[in-house]
Design a protein around this ligand. Structure first.
Ligand code: F6P
Length: 368
């Protein structure tokens, strides 16, 4: 019987996942392995809801390189749903281990972001000798530590950059301030990179506190200079004294597996500017940021990650995450990664420096 690997996508989808799936299918076939695509994230691995498909190179054609989403579907709620149905965390971890054994997997390629990597760590601690796992980082938010880039980030930045450019023409025609709220959870990478790439005037990110007075001054200067419009990009997790996303009292067990929902900082800033006399509109880009034709970098790193994950499992490596650093694919141990899974912007980031050099307001920095 052929040796068998599995591949699963967990957490919010993004562009580039299918590139990784295609590459894994081709590489596994070339090395004489069978590849099972586990569908619907963890649900597909639970024995009571098994859902998987055999993936061959013929099934995974070149269209996989450009298509967004995951052909295996994804899952952001298997753990919370099971807990809501009275299952304990231990039982759910056991489901995954049982599924892995029943499918006779020799290894599993796990494609996930920071939330799902946290679950993976719990799994590896729960059953350290059973699961041979190689992880691939994916998230439009780009907040996974130890990798310059996760799959999906580049495409999201392209989609957002193009959207901002489209919004600029109407901002100019109507002499308005447009406030564009973008995704990213607690990290400001999408906002900053797309804001810089589209020439935004003000970019607000959760990592750097902003002063509303400074935002108003910048907008006023733009109008006084005769330009008479302004482009503001704001990351969804930016808060103000009047708008807090987190409920400090929420601490039930399932809550750690479910995402915070953000509450409209874009509209909040636009309303504030309206009160100051500037005609303003808020645009929330929303889930459009998770689609789009896959950007070239996502195709390349997705393909590279998919093939290297198979190589690593076949070579007997386990408990590692592949990462992309300085133009190379490297490996880090998942336990090292967990010492600080979340990456955030800091003042040394290239785009922070660009913003400072060009006079774009990105909040209060220590060193500027
Ligand atoms: O983590 C990816 C992401 O797109 C975030 O940027 C966003 O806050 C969240 O997922 C949206 O989640 P959902 O699709 O569950 O609303």
């Amino acid at each position: 019987m052929k040796k068998r690997l599995g591949i699963v996508t967990v957490g919010g989808d993004c562009s580039g996942l299918n590139s990784a799936i295609r590459a894994a299918a081709i590489r596994a076939d070339r090395l004489g392995y069978e590849l099972l695509g586990i569908r619907r994230g963890f649900f597909g691995l639970f024995p009571e809801s098994f859902d998987y498909v055999r993936l061959t190179p013929e099934d995974c054609n070149e269209e996989f390189l450009t298509s967004s989403g995951s052909v295996l579907f994804s899952d952001t709620k298997s753990f919370t749903t099971c807990m809501e149905h009275g299952r304990s965390q231990k039982e759910i971890l056991q489901f995954v281990c049982d599924g892995y054994k029943k499918l006779s997997l020799d290894g599993l390629i796990f494609i996930g972001g920071d939330g799902s990597l946290t679950i993976l760590e719990e799994l590896l601690n729960y059953e350290p000798n059973l699961l041979n796992v190689v992880a691939i980082p994916k998230t439009i938010d780009n907040d996974v530590n130890m990798t310059d880039c996760a799959i999906g980030f580049s495409t999201a930045v392209e989609v957002v950059t193009e959207a901002i450019s489209n919004i600029r023409s109407t901002a100019k025609s109507h002499q308005r301030t447009m406030v564009i709220e973008v995704m990213g959870r607690d990290a400001g990478f999408i906002a900053l990179y797309a804001g810089v790439a589209s020439g935004a005037d003000i970019i607000l990110v959760p990592e750097f506190k902003y002063k509303m007075g400074k935002v108003i001054d910048m907008v006023r200067r733009s109008y006084d200079s005769g330009r008479k419009y302004c482009i503001i990009v704001v990351a969804e997790a930016v808060e103000s004294a009047a708008l807090k996303h987190r409920d400090a009292n929420s601490c039930d067990e399932a809550a750690k597996y479910s995402a915070i929902k953000y509450k409209g900082i874009g509209q909040f800033i636009a309303d504030h500017l309206k009160n100051e006399g500037f005609e303003s509109r808020a645009v929330t880009l929303g889930h459009v940021q998770r689609g789009g034709t896959t950007a070239i970098l996502d195709r390349i790193i997705g393909t590279s990650f998919g093939a290297e994950a198979v190589n690593s499992l076949v070579a007997g490596e386990r408990g590692i995450m592949l990462c992309y650093r300085g133009g190379k694919i490297e490996k880090v141990s998942i336990s090292d990664l967990m010492h600080g899974i979340n990456k955030r912007l800091d003042e040394s980031d290239m785009c922070v420096k660009i913003a400072v050099n060009l006079g774009v307001y990105i909040g209060e920095l220590r060193n500027s």
